[in-house]
Design a protein around this ligand. Structure first.
Ligand code: RB5
Length: 146
């Protein structure tokens, strides 16, 4: 799978670990920055969100201090369904039920071990479809409305 990954200065080390894991599993990982220096998270979230929505079937992972800023910013990009995840159940069910295409994590709130497991779950879990497709389509409708 093609996976876009991005971070701000707070998430740089965690990003490196997640990237290494995903590459070791055969995924193609494209790094959208930052490079460890101070960077404003909306800049990276916008760049990554645009890449994910224009590359069908791809996913994105964003890491900042809390994951909150990245998720707020990424969700402003039309077509992005970004989920802030800090537990295994959420990482799994945001794929099964929300068809989330971007997952956000907090480097200051999560250990690297947990982050690696959440990343794997997010990438490996398919969308369940069915009644959940109807709800995701309602979200798409809201994007047109507002
Ligand atoms: C950067 O200091 C911090 O504000 C950022 O990484 C993130 O936590 C924002 O939501």
């Amino acid at each position: 799978m093609k996976i876009y990954i991005g971070c701000d200065h707070a998430g740089y080390e965690m990003k490196a670990a997640v990237k290494e894991l995903l590459e070791s599993k055969g995924h193609i990982v494209q790094d959208m920055g930052g490079d460890g220096g101070r960077v404003d998270y909306p800049e990276i979230a916008k760049k990554l969100g645009k890449a994910v929505v224009s590359d069908d079937g791809s996913r994105g992972i964003l890491i900042c201090g809390t994951g909150i800023g990245m998720s707020i910013a990424a969700n402003k990009v039309k077509g992005v369904r970004a989920a802030l995840c800090a537990d295994h159940f959420s990482a799994k069910y945001t794929r099964l039920h929300n068809d989330a295409n971007v997952m956000c994590m907090g480097a200051r709130t999560l250990g690297v071990g947990v982050a690696l497991e959440l990343a794997e779950l997010f990438i490996d879990t398919p969308f369940e479809g069915g009644r959940h497709e109807t709800r995701v389509n309602m979200i798409r409708g809201m994007e047109e409305e507002f």
